[in-house]
Write a protein that binds this ligand. Structure first.
Ligand code: G6P
Length: 615
């Protein structure tokens, strides 16, 4: 995920673009860059680091004059975060300059073709390939920039929101979108371009949100033309009046980063799949696994090391790996593992899971596992983070920046990627037939839409939250794949509302926690139809017999739990191993709303930090 900003009009472009980048920094912050045209020269400044670093560097290095410009804040996908890989990227002639949010999946063959035609590349990015492809088309076909962008995009596979201009014709910017957002602010004789409307809200309330597959040329400060990229047909611009205020916008219109991130999960999971899952062909492609496939296929065990929510994702993975790939799995708290001289074999695969890629205990566990000769694989969200560099190989979750301290989309995307790995290994080990494999992939593909449906439980979560916000304790129960979800649900509540909560395997309740149950105690029970349903229903009866209050997380259309529970929240049906991706959604919403109702600082809960770099 990246943020893009552009301006063409009568004002100085620099302050508008710089402020826009600051507002979009939630979308990525590993590097930033700006391109401005001052009437004579194209000036580009880019740097690894935050927008603040760019500002310091830019103001000392280049003049900031110019009424046309583009800017970018990056969440690296292709190429490590460094100055060269930062956007904007310039074409070989030095005339075209581009910013891009997304991934051009077929950039490699396109790059090869361009190299054969004499082009050279400085960066490792797919974006530099795209700007040179546009340039190549433009000169080969002798067409205007807009047409060249259109022809070039029709040769690409992937996702993009782009803005590009030509310094030899600095009266227009061409933009296009497929899969990544792009808004055009329409002012008086001026246009603003951005990933969302936040960068231009104080200049205009009029915005056009491009639809997927559309491109636009904004020209001469007044002209605007929107077309379909595929068939060149003209589209009538639909100008919306924005209902935003400045305070809301830093969270993209949400009250807190946490709720925004909860709602981002359908897209985040889709981004985790992107380019990896080929359902029709029955293939899962992941370079980090493919390049080290023997290590995985010959693994004696998989040992997961992680902390916090990532540890819970590891527990879900234990169930999934053992079920599908039939490889024994152990899940360790990194902080325990690192200090207890664990038995690690050279044919063990250690998987380190970490959203931030910076957690000190996980880092230390990785170093210890490497010393003991194991192959260490990282599952991280933050591109270029320490853990992603320290591990032998890895896979990014591509969830985009997670800013709320209570982890939400990181958890579901970690489970997603670990599921992809387990399914891939299961197929290669002959544990799943091609038909079974395809059935699982098809169902996985439907998960983002089902997560979106599960998010519709928000209103119910608000009602339940209002009733239980003042309790002192809560119990979360689940079995099988949903036992770790019970732990995660309890953690979410503790972290942000400071209510004491315990997660337990449902059947273990009678070995202790049942003593806590009285009419004051809410018990959140995950009782989906697929997973040991009858057993969970019996556990619910036991709670009911002791006057506990039941909040059931159930499959759509459930009747039995409904009869017993005080409240039920429905989620769509899916295959049992994938239920954690759905059952976790109402639990996130419930804890969020309780914390909000209690007036807690949801995004920055006391005593916690997003990235724990001390032991
Ligand atoms: C902190 C965060 C948690 C996170 C844990 C592990 O405690 O507040 O949300 O789960 O660290 O972080 P990691 O970045 O390694 O996943």
């Amino acid at each position: 995920m990246c943020g893009i900003v552009g301006y063409i009009g009568h004002r100085e472009a620099y302050p508008i673009i710089l402020q826009g980048l600051q507002r979009l920094e939630y979308r990525g912050y590993d590097s930033a860059g700006i391109a401005l045209y001052d009437g004579d020269h194209l000036k580009v400044c880019k740097t690894k680091g935050k927008v603040e670093d760019l500002k310091n560097r830019l103001e000392s290095e280049i003049s900031t004059k110019g009424t046309i410009g583009i800017g970018h804040t990056r969440w690296a996908t292709h190429g490590v975060p460094n100055d060269i890989n930062s956007h904007p990227h310039i074409s070989n002639s030095g005339n075209l300059v581009i910013i891009h949010n997304g991934i051009i999946e077929n950039y490699d063959p396109l790059r090869q073709e361009l190299i054969n035609r004499g082009y050279s590349f400085q960066s490792d990015t797919d974006t530099e390939v795209l700007v040179n492809l546009i340039e190549d088309v433009k000169s080969k076909e002798n067409v205007k920039l807009g047409k060249a962008v259109q022809i070039a995009l029709n040769q690409t596979i992937g996702a993009y929101a782009i803005a590009v201009f030509d310094k030899t014709k600095p009266n227009e910017i061409v933009v296009a979108r497929l899969g990544s957002p792009l808004a055009i602010g329409v002012g008086d004789d001026e246009f603003f371009i951005a990933s969302d409307a936040t960068p231009f809200i104080e200049y205009t309330n009029n915005a056009i949100y491009l639809e997927d597959g559309e491109m636009a040329v904004v020209r001469n400060h007044k002209e605007l033309e929107i077309r379909k990229i595929k068939d060149d047909s003209l589209v009538d611009p639909y100008i919306q009046e924005l209902q935003l205020n400045l305070e809301q916008i830093e969270k993209g219109g949400y009250d807190h980063f946490m709720i925004k991130e909860i709602y981002e999960q359908p897209d985040a999971i889709t981004d985790t799949f992107r380019g990896r899952m080929k359902t029709k062909e029955g293939i899962i492609r992941m370079a980090g696994i493919d390049d080290n496939i023997d290590k995985f296929l010959n693994a004696r065990r998989i040992v997961v090391v992680a902390c916090g929510t990532s540890w819970h994702a590891g527990l879900v993975a234990e169930y999934i790996f053992e079920e599908f790939a039939r490889i024994p799995v152990e899940v360790e708290y990194a902080s325990e593992f690192r200090y207890r001289n664990p038995v690690i074999y050279e044919d063990d695969v250690v998987i380190a899971i970490s959203q931030s890629g910076e957690t000190a205990d996980t880092m230390a566990a990785i170093k210890l596992a490497k010393e003991k000769g194991a192959f260490v694989f990282g599952v991280c969200n933050v591109v270029g983070s320490s853990i992603s560099r320290e591990t032998h190989a890895g896979a990014y979750t591509h969830a985009g920046p997670e800013i709320g301290v209570a982890s939400t989309k990181a958890f579901t995307t970690q489970i997603t990627i670990l599921t992809l790995i387990a399914l891939k290994l299961a197929k290669l080990k002959g544990k799943l037939s091609l038909t079974e494999f395809r059935t699982y992939l098809q169902e996985l593909e439907s998960i983002p839409a089902k997560v979106a449906e599960a998010l519709k439980s928000n209103e119910q979560a608000i009602r339940v939250a209002a009733q239980y916000k003042d309790v002192a304790n809560a119990l979360y129960l689940g079995r099988g794949y949903n036992f770790p979800v019970a732990l995660e649900g309890a953690l979410k509540l503790k972290e942000i509302s400071y209510i004491h909560a315990e997660g337990y395997p449902a059947a273990e309740m009678k070995h202790g926690p049942i003593a806590l149950i009285d009419e004051e105690m809410p018990v959140v029970v995950i009782a989906t139809r697929q997973g040991h349903y009858e057993k969970v229903v019996s556990n619910i009866e036991e709670i009911k017999a002791r006057s506990g209050k039941i909040i059931g997380i159930v499959s759509k259309g459930d009747t039995e739990v409904k009869k017993l529970a005080d409240h039920v929240i429905e989620i769509p049906e899916t295959l049992e191993p994938f239920t954690p991706l759905l059952t976790t959604i109402p639990l996130q919403l419930l804890s969020y709303h309780i914390a909000v109702m209690l007036g807690k600082n949801v995004d920055q809960p006391r005593n916690l930090a997003k990235s724990v770099t001390v032991e």
